[in-house]
Design a protein around this ligand. Structure first.
Ligand code: SF4
Length: 364
């Protein structure tokens, strides 16, 4: 089995991305087979446990409070509601539940304690638990690990250069710091990005440089195709071509051979044949459920029909890593520190984000 390389350059990655398609597919499928069972695909269910009202200005996101979108905001779900949804996900073949909250960063207090209880509850259902809660400190990462968290998602979104064109309210280094905090625990790292935000191919390669040079590399990498939502600054972006998605998946597979590559947002715009080519190119995970936080996703039954047609099987939980132990809140060795982290705030504005904010104000 080949060694994982941690010093990929942008030029090397661009050379891979731009190969003739048949060669690229062959190379990616060959590497995929060396490291994974090509007939097994992990199924994750993404659950929005707190929707909308976020203070950040991510140009693609309908949950940012400053843009005028049709998203209905919701307060934090109860532990019982989350448990019911997790059981439903388990009964339809999901091995992982990923809980997303539209927060800039985690704040110690009642709501975070409730999320920790959700993590304990789902881990006891023998499912892998993932959270995506925004930026977290090392202490918060440790508390999540102690509760039994299996993975933490924090996407780099794009290259460092293009990131500044999409988000102004935090910096790339803040993202890397959160990933670093997760890495200090036994929680696995899930980090990827979005294509179709107006970035160049060089930015896609730049994002893969940032991810693949992490050591260890992320255990899972979601590749999203932008779902352009009306009211967001990126509402006019054109849908990503399936060929771009296949190239991105294949390149990710080649530079991160061990990583679980997840086909994420944008699957409703892809045909079954297009998705099959992504699986051939090395994708081995999908998000299930009719919604991905707030954007549409294929129906679970449709996905199972696709699995049947392609002879794919859902991956069992804890195939890659043993189940974490849950420590009850009463026996916790960590206390809330109430830290107020000083996140870097790049002093710049993004014109199209400002325009979207201004037009949302006018509509109100
Ligand atoms: S992507 Fe996350 S951090 Fe950015 S606006 Fe949306 S919910 Fe907030």
């Amino acid at each position: 089995m080949s060694e994982t390389k941690h010093n990929w350059t942008k030029e090397e990655i661009l050379d891979i991305y731009n190969k003739p398609m048949m060669e690229l597919l062959y190379d990616a499928a060959t590497i995929h087979r060396l490291h994974h069972d090509p007939n097994v695909v992990q199924v994750s269910t993404l659950l929005s446990i707190k929707t909308g009202g976020c203070s950040e200005d991510c140009g693609y996101c309908p949950q940012a409070a400053r843009y005028h979108t049709d998203i209905e905001g919701n307060d934090l779900m109860s532990v019982q509601q989350v448990k019911a949804q997790a059981l439903r996900a388990k009964s339809t073949g999901s091995s992982r539940v990923c809980m997303g909250a539209a927060w800039r960063n985690v704040k110690d207090g009642e709501e975070f304690d409730q999320v920790l209880e959700m993590v304990r509850t789902i881990n006891k259902l023998d499912m892998e638990v993932c959270c995506t809660l925004g930026m977290i400190t090392e202490n918060q990462a440790q508390r999540l690990a102690e509760a039994g968290l299996y993975a933490y998602n924090h996407n780099l979104d794009s290259s460092e250069e293009y990131y500044k064109e999409v988000i102004s309210t935090r910096g790339y280094q803040d993202r890397l710091d959160t990933i670093g905090n997760v890495r200090k625990t036994n929680v696995t790292v899930c980090s990827g990005g979005i294509i179709g935000m107006g970035e160049k191919v060089e930015d896609r390669a730049g994002m893969l440089v940032a991810l693949s040079t992490l050591n260890p590399q992320p255990e899972s990498t979601p590749i999203n195709a932008l779902v352009a939502v009306e009211g967001t600054p990126l509402e006019d972006e054109q849908p990503v071509e399936i060929w771009d998605m296949i190239r991105m998946v294949a390149t990710t597979r080649i530079v991160m051979p061990e990583t679980q590559v997840r086909l994420s947002a944008g699957r409703t715009q892809m045909s079954r044949e297009g998705q099959a080519m992504c699986f051939l190119a090395g994708a081995n995970s999908i998000f299930a459920g009719d919604k991905l936080l707030t954007t549409p996703n294929p129906d679970v039954n449709e996905d199972m029909k696709m699995f049947d047609a392609l002879g794919l099987n859902p991956q069992k939980p804890f195939t890659k890593k043993v189940q974490p132990q849950t420590v009850e809140a009463s026996s916790s060795q960590f206390e809330a520190l109430g830290e107020k982290p000083k996140w870097t705030r790049p002093d710049h504005k993004i014109e199209r984000n400002e325009l979207a904010k201004a037009s949302a104000k006018l509509e109100k």
